[in-house]
Design a protein. Structure first.
Length: 475
């Protein structure tokens, strides 16, 4: 068991009923067939399940959950299995992977919405929206693998939150199989609907602990007519903060991404990712990758150039590269998006996904850096992330000689101190990756008694038998 608890074996009558519910193409039970669904990429956890189910439609999901509810069998929902907190790791019971439910049911161009099934791959939805002349703005490095059901269930963030919001903000309606197997048909494409509690919000960010999301109505946006991408270098995060304010004002809030990158993670990319090189002549400590977009052509580039010129004069930036083509912009983005892959080659690490108010990002770094240097002498700080949203992936690579045992210990011992610093600045210990198995103890630490009471009450009301993704999220 991934969480160390014991689950009863799957009763034979339940196993047969579950297999019959999904038909021959919808289940795996040999170790080899189940292996890809039980693996967790970074090896922090290993899932355990006697049966992997891959339903083809909502009715099959409903049958699965009904049978599991009758027998008290735990269910772990799974999308693309790219989550970074162990939420999709099966801890006994059945694993329900939504990958076969990948139909786009409708694109409504007038309502600017798209109704999609939970198993659609995010990149394919972006392409589908583009084919219809729209933008679906959710974008993150795992977009070629993660599924919209997983994005909704983790309320994923990504690189365009600054302009379009988190996944929650991109949804008008949901279809959900509740923990007793009933189907909630909430696929409304309404932009106004003040009829009591907003039920869909409960299931988003719930990481599969309240029900299984089977479909969603997503908002679509106009494609930007012009996009400008720039990599800038600066002497400090404070100065980059000032630059963010300047650009927002100068462009009329058309900054879509403002990504902070320290030199160290950039060096890791040059060292480990083929076909990458430094686009600047000099070496600097702090960078920001910035994207600005506008609905009209011939506007944003001029505004950006003027504002960056003023930022030079004000000393906020000391170097800049403006992409001259889509290809150059893609190369700059490749540097940012390759960081997680590059860091895998750097040795054992401790990771944090914190957020603070945007204005407090520089202060967080000033306080966290000496703290972690004392906690892990000789560690390399690899900070990068969505500075425009106040969200940093504050990663620490441990010295090469760190033993696996020490690495494991430090991975548990160091984050609480970093989370305390974020907390003291009014921040959060989990900005966009969620809670899963990994951060349940931090929920216990940081949530107030009233918050814990409300969380447990919601869980009890919607999943009284406690079969939906047990051990995750709720402390
Ligand atoms: C390289 C890389 C970059 C990343 N960048 C970002 C980033 O910028 N921003 C960000 O927010 N995340 C990021 N992530 C994390 C991850 O990609 C997201 O959390 C993503 O939204 C998870 O989608 P998934 O389909 O893989 O979900 P999974 O990992 O399969 O599941 C995640 C959680 O959702 C639940 N779940 C999945 N599908 C359903 C469903 N249909 N109904 C109910 N519950 C369900 C699971 O039980 C689990 O708790 C990144 C990951 C990687 C590997």
């Amino acid at each position: 068991m991934a969480d160390g608890t014991m689950t009863p074996p799957l009763p034979e009558d339940a196993r047969s009923a579950l297999k019959a519910a999904v038909g021959d193409k919808g289940w795996y039970e040999t170790e080899a067939d189940m292996a890809p669904y039980l693996a967790e990429e970074r090896g922090y956890y290993h899932g355990e399940s006697p049966l992997v189910l891959r339903p083809a439609n909502t009715e099959e999901v409903s049958k699965i959950v009904t049978i599991c509810a009758q027998h008290g069998i735990p269910i772990t929902p799974q999308g693309g299995n790219t989550g970074l907190c162990g939420g999709a790791v099966a801890t006994g019971g059945v694993l329900v992977n939504l990958g076969r439910m990948n139909t786009v049911r409708e694109v409504d161009a007038i309502n600017a919405t798209m109704t999609v099934e939970a198993g659609c791959i995010l990149k394919e939805l972006q392409d589908k929206a583009a084919d219809a002349g729209f933008l679906f703005p959710l974008s993150l490095a795992a977009e070629g693998t993660c599924q919209i059901g997983g994005n909704l269930s983790t309320n994923a963030g990504g690189i365009q939150v600054l302009r379009y919001g988190n996944t929650r903000d991109l949804v008008l309606g949901l279809e959900v199989v509740t923990a007793d197997g009933r189907i909630w048909h909430g696929l409304r494409g309404l932009r106004k609907n003040n009829t009591g509690y907003d039920l869909k919000q409960l299931f988003m960010g719930a990481e599969g602990t309240l029900g299984i999301i089977t479909a969603a109505v997503l908002k679509l946006f106009p494609q930007p007519a012009e996009t400008t991408t720039a990599l800038v270098a600066s002497e400090s995060p404070d100065l980059l903060s000032a630059l963010l304010g300047r650009l927002k004002k100068a462009t009329g809030d058309q900054v879509t991404s403002f990504e902070y990158i320290q030199r160290n993670p950039l060096e890791a990319v040059f060292a480990h990712i083929p076909n990458t090189q430094d686009p600047m002549q000099e070496v600097y400590e702090h960078y920001a990758l910035i994207e600005m977009a506008s609905g009209q052509e011939g506007v944003i580039r001029d505004l950006a150039e003027t504002a960056l010129g003023e930022a030079f004069e004000a000393g906020e930036i000391i170097d800049a590269v403006l992409a001259e083509s889509g290809d150059q912009a893609a190369k700059l983005w490749n540097l940012r998006e390759s960081i997680p892959e590059a860091l895998k080659h750097c040795g054992p690490s401790a990771k944090h996904d914190i957020s603070v108010p945007v204005s407090k990002v520089p202060e967080f770094l000033k306080k966290a850096d000496p703290h972690v240097q004392a906690a892990i002498p000789g560690c390399t700080i690899m900070a990068f992330g969505h500075m425009g949203d106040g969200n940093l992936h504050y990663n620490l690579v441990m010295p090469k000689e760190t033993t696996p045992e020490d690495a494991e210990r430090l991975r548990h011992d160091v984050p609480p101190g970093v989370h305390d610093i974020a907390d003291s600045l009014g921040g959060s210990f989990s900005a966009e990756h969620g809670i899963g198995l990994m951060k349940v103890h931090e929920m216990d630490r940081y949530k107030t008694d009233i918050e814990k009471h409300l969380l447990r009450s919601i869980k009890q009301a919607l999943d009284p038998k406690g079969i939906m993704n047990p051990g995750k999220v709720v402390p």
